[in-house]
Design a protein around this ligand. Structure first.
Ligand code: PRP
Length: 208
């Protein structure tokens, strides 16, 4: 039996659809249920940012989640396979008209991704004031709370519609299959069999 943590929403739906095609059987969360058992699999429906946590603590053997979330959590998990979907960037945004100057003193950065932000600026030997927000990050420069933001850019619409521009890219992200280190050893053959099937699907152009 393999336990797989999936983030609620599109990724969970797409992953379950792919498992259905690859392994047969019926994979669908009922109503608001958080656990789904079918055949040799058990799926957990969790918050996106919590997927690495369930995998790290071995409450799930595997998880499907964006590289941005894996980086931000910084937990030691095995990155098994790039599932190549969900492309986005973690980027620095500023108001149109503002100039990027990393040498400016007392830089204020608003973000929900404080670890990625800290690491990025540390590599430049800068320690900005980091203001933690939980959403609507794009608002912060508009109301003078921050000089810049670090946020996810997918289509670019949110920045565009709020008079912001991307001034630097920190990382690119796609969805990845991750595994718990111990599970990977304990259930190696099961995990590798699953890995191979998903890898074949990705190689034939399937994206999650
Ligand atoms: C994310 C992200 C940006 C937006 C980017 O926010 O934080 O605000 O999506 O997407 P775009 O480039 O396609 O416009 P989300 O929708 O998760 O809401 P949030 O503000 O509550 O975090």
């Amino acid at each position: 039996m393999l336990t797989v943590a999936l983030p609620k929403g599109r990724i969970a739906d797409d992953t379950l659809q792919l498992f259905k095609e690859v392994f047969g059987g019926d994979f669908k969360f009922e109503g608001r249920k958080l656990i789904l058992e079918s055949g040799n699999f058990r799926f957990l429906r969790v918050r996106n940012q919590d997927v690495p946590t369930y995998v790290y603590h071995q409450s799930a053997d595997l998880g499907v989640v964006g590289l941005d979330v894996i980086e931000e959590k910084g937990l030691d998990v095995v990155r098994l396979l790039n599932l190549k979907g969900g492309y986005c960037k973690v980027a620095i945004g500023m108001q149109n008209g503002d100039e990027l100057d990393y040498n400016k003193p007392n830089i204020k950065v608003a973000t929900k991704m404080t670890n990625i932000t800290e690491k990025f600026f540390a590599q430049k030997a800068i320690s900005p004031e980091i203001i933690k927000l939980y959403g609507s990050i794009e608002l912060a420069p508009l109301v003078g709370m921050a000089d810049m933001i670090v946020d996810i850019v997918e289509t670019g619409s949110t920045m565009r519609e709020n008079d912001l521009k991307v001034v630097d890219t920190i990382m690119e992200s796609t969805t990845h299959l991750i595994a718990n280190r111990s599970s990977f050893l304990e259930k190696k053959s099961e995990i590798l069999e699953l890995y191979k099937k998903l890898d074949d699907a990705v190689k034939s152009g399937r994206r999650i």
